[in-house]
Design a protein around this ligand. Structure first.
Ligand SMILES: *Cc1c(COP(=O)(O)O)cnc(C)c1O
Length: 453
């Protein structure tokens, strides 16, 4: 057994293909539907939004897809990312469990999001697109896309949820440093934004609204496309580089996970880590428990319904079968901005329905107290989103202590929290609260979800 704390891969050991779990699922996932006709969405339906290559990936049933050479070149700026054995956290918890975490905070933007931003920008540039539009919450995705666009000479225009635009100016500066143009959302730039601002000049915005604005701008211009940072099949596909690397790294130290946990907002870092391990589980090589962890204030998997809904608030996107709280649901302003989305990736929803993964919801105070334990033992200050995964990892490790089981736990630390210190400040001063979500609020938002027969 290896004593290593930091398990590294050489540059030339980096995987050169993404893994498409659709090829191996016992049942195919339900197709996306055209928002008007409710017929299965075709490549043409996606064409105004995404370049051909990404639409092909969205609908693909191929098991492996080659990563283009120029994308690998950019990945090499920070990949392969390190896998750590959390020995100091294990010691602090006095647990017999072994804890491993895959650290994605080493990317330029400080999270896993550049893993998909880079290929999305590259495929768009190759098809002659001039500009990408997108939405962002806390700014993780917007900054990742701005970084990716500037690598390939594309313009980048970003609608940032107004509450975050005001509260998190440093991410905006990062987007602008990489050449991005940023609007608070709702904005005066789009018709939908103007309508919402007329109703409420201090509208705090939401991810669903920002998506509507970015999508409508892309649909108006042939040379502009839209980019989404989570939820879609091609996004989860690109993120599988995380799990493929982690499989190789664990093999180096002769370990297989008994439990795998990841935080789920739209599902991309979770799917990216978990899907290659689910491939091994489906083929009978390993049998880990795989657990999604979501915020108690936005419990898409544990409290949402599995049905067709829109990806955005205005209802412009194709309908996707997913766990949803309703496209009109506006989550409370919890600190994990990246987890405040009304839906869950159709692929993550599907594997949950198939019983291949389970889900729990965790309140934010437990997340931050867990993050403090992690920072004081392992050193890294986690982004608010992966504090959910850390809280669930600590729960599991303490269960192991109770039962004396030596389980191996794997999680993703999908970003650092250097630009989220205001949240830590509130926690440390005792100003953070747990936010209760009533079933009535969910019921009300579900009323607007279309009935599909
Ligand atoms: C965006 C983001 C998330 C949520 O998105 P997923 O698609 O669920 O991964 C989680 N963590 C970080 C650090 C993020 O930036």
């Amino acid at each position: 057994m290896s004593e290593k704390t930091k398990i590294l891969l050489d540059e030339d050991e980096m995987p050169t293909q993404w893994y498409n779990i659709v090829a191996d699922l016992p049942e195919p996932p339900p197709p996306a539907l055209h928002p008007g006709t409710h017929q299965p969405a075709t490549a043409e339906d996606f064409a105004p939004l995404f370049p051909k290559a990404l639409v092909e990936q969205e609908l693909s049933t191929e098991r492996y897809i080659d990563i283009p050479g120029e994308v690998l070149d950019v990945y090499r700026l920070w990949r392969p990312s390190p896998l750590f054995r959390a020995r100091r956290l294990e010691k602090l918890l006095d647990t017999p469990a072994k804890i491993f975490y895959k650290y994605e905070g080493v990317s330029p933007a400080g999270s896993h999001k550049p893993n998909t931003a880079v290929p999305q920008a590259w495929y768009n540039a190759r098809e002659g697109i001039r500009k990408l539009t997108t939405e962002t919450g806390a700014g993780q995705w917007g900054s990742s896309l701005a970084f990716a666009c500037v690598q390939f000479g594309l313009e980048c225009e970003i609608w940032q949820v107004a509450a975050s635009y005001l509260a998190k100016p440093h991410r905006r500066t990062m987007m602008e440093t990489w050449g991005g143009k940023v609007h608070p959302s709702p904005s005066n730039v789009t018709e939908f934004g103007r309508k919402l601002l007329a109703e409420n000049p201090d509208h705090p915005g939401s991810l669903g609204i920002a998506i509507s604005e970015a999508v409508s701008e892309a649909m108006e211009d042939e040379t502009v496309r839209y980019a989404l940072g989570s939820v879609l099949n091609h996004v989860l596909l690109h993120q599988t580089i995380i799990g493929e690397e982690a499989l190789l790294q664990l093999a180096k130290v002769d370990e297989t996970p008994d439990v795998l946990v990841g935080c789920t907002g739209g599902g991309s870092n979770f799917g990216g880590l978990a899907f290659p391990f689910l491939r091994e589980k489906l083929s009978g090589n390993i049998n880990p428990v795989v657990r999604c962890v979501e915020p108690a204030a936005c419990p898409t998997l544990t409290k949402g319904e599995y049905r067709y809904d829109f990806g955005d608030t205005e209802g412009l996107t194709p309908l996707m079968k997913m766990h949803t709280l309703g496209h009109g649901f506006v989550p409370e302003p919890i600190h994990a901005g990246g987890l405040r989305y009304h839906g869950m990736a159709p692929l993550v929803s599907h594997v949950y329905e198939l019983g291949l993964v389970e889900a729990i919801a965790v309140p934010q105070l437990e997340c931050f107290s867990s993050a403090i334990k992690f920072a004081r033992s392992e050193g890294i200050v986690p982004a608010p989103e992966p504090t959910h995964a850390i809280a669930a990892t600590i729960r599991e490790a303490l269960d192991c202590k109770e039962s004396g089981q030596e389980k191996t736990i794997l999680t993703a630390l999908c970003g650092h929290g250097h630009l989220d210190l205001a949240s830590y400040d509130r926690y440390l001063r005792g100003e953070m609260k747990d936010l209760e979500l009533s079933d009535d609020v969910i019921k009300k938002a579900m009323l607007d979800v279309p009935e599909i027969v």
